[in-house]
Design a protein around this ligand. Structure first.
Ligand code: ATP
Length: 350
């Protein structure tokens, strides 16, 4: 029997609630589809950091490299500054494994209420550059604590990094029904990196005559997402811009609790990582009401990536059957808990 080795990193907060739920659903699905998933559990978390001084133990990434995929929960804890937790766990995996294409679908699932009047039209995929740009980590701080103190945060755009994400976005857009790609930019105010970002997009576009495209400044993009959702299909944006726009997309599609993401290394030199886009959600941790649907949706993306397209589609259909039935957690206006939604999705697999 075909067996996939999956590294499970629940991390912090509700990651420890939604990842076990995801594993339960995935195991039930694999048994029905005739393949196996061998999960190995990693305790990499803020708890581990506070106890040992490291999120990832010595040799940890080397070990992680041997898996077929990574199933990730969330990182972030009240006791650890966010920049320490993010750079301690999630970013070393994304950057170390060159997961440069961050794919974020957003759709209003059946039975889910979008805050938009025209919510039914919302069916987007946002592609986020995931290896450089504003989150390159380049910069520094000098004269700490003095009146002359200076901090710089340098955006880094390389020809190689920009070209590969635009090419990835065109490929993805070409495979969708509308075959339309929007370039998000801020090249009016940011005249170096963002101008390179645009120029390379125009060059790559020539290789994809079947894909229609347009260009939008990031500020205008927020209003277009709210006022003209049907005019958007596939979107490519820099690390920072797509980070912000995809949280908006999640809210417009009903809740942060349903939005999934895939951190892909398209060349498959390294394993890719699949996670819900939400964070640790301290306010609801331990209450048993975390919405597991984002985790189930990202599990479906993971199956797709592993080559199990039928299983991926079956899981997506089960998710949609459950939302259509109204088995929803409180973030979606429902009265059900994580357990009830998980059970309902498992039942709907049949
Ligand atoms: P991060 O900085 O790690 O991305 P965040 O501070 O942006 O995290 P989240 O932890 O994602 O925030 O939570 C934002 C809000 O959304 C919180 O009120 C949280 O309860 C809610 N939320 C997030 N994920 C879920 C979920 N799966 N189910 C229900 N509510 C959720």
């Amino acid at each position: 029997m075909k067996t996939y080795r999956i590294a499970a990193i629940p991390g912090d907060g509700i990651g420890n609630e939604v990842i076990p739920a995801g594993i339960e659903v995935l195991e039930a699905l694999a048994a029905k589809q005739g393949f196996a998933l061998a999960f190995e559990h990693f305790d990499w978390s803020s708890k581990r950091y506070l106890e040992t001084g490291a999120y990832i133990p010595e040799g940890g990434l080397e070990k992680l490299k041997t898996f077929d995929a990574i199933f990730f929960g969330a990182v972030g804890a009240a006791e650890v500054p966010d920049h320490i937790s993010l750079w301690g766990l999630r970013l070393p995996i994304c950057q170390g494994f060159d997961q440069y294409a961050n794919v974020r679908p957003a759709r209003v699932l059946p039975g889910v209420q979008s805050p938009l009047r025209d919510g039914a039209a919302l069916d987007w995929v946002i592609i986020r550059e995931n290896s450089e740009g504003e989150y390159s980590g380049s910069g520094g701080r000098v004269h700490r604590g003095l009146p002359e103190e200076v901090a710089t945060e340098t955006s880094v755009f390389t020809r190689r990094g920009v070209e590969r994400i635009h090419r990835f976005a065109f490929e993805l857009a070409r495979g969708r029904a509308k075959k339309h790609l929007t370039l998000v930019t801020k090249s009016n105010a940011q005249r170096h990196g963002m101008v390179l970002w645009d120029e390379i997009f125009f060059e790559v576009a020539k290789d994809y005559p079947g894909v229609r495209w347009d260009r939008e400044l990031v500020d205008a993009m927020t209003t277009r997402m709210v006022l003209k959702p049907a005019s958007i299909d596939t979107v490519v944006a820099s690390n920072l811009h797509a980070d912000i726009l995809s949280d908006l997309a999640a809210a417009l599609s009903g809740s942060l609790g349903i939005a999934p993401t895939a951190n892909l290394n398209p060349e498959r030199t390294f394993p890719s990582m699949f996670e819900p886009i939400h964070g640790s959600a301290f306010d609801i941790t331990g209450k048993g009401i975390a919405n597991p649907l984002a985790t189930f949706w990202t599990a479906s993306m993971m199956l797709e990536h592993l080559g199990e397209a039928r299983a991926a589609a079956r899981l997506m259909q089960a998710i949609e059957a459950v939302t259509a039935e109204g088995v929803l957690t409180p973030d979606l206006g429902g009265v059900h808990d994580t357990r009830a939604v998980t059970n309902a999705v498992k039942r709907a697999l049949d």
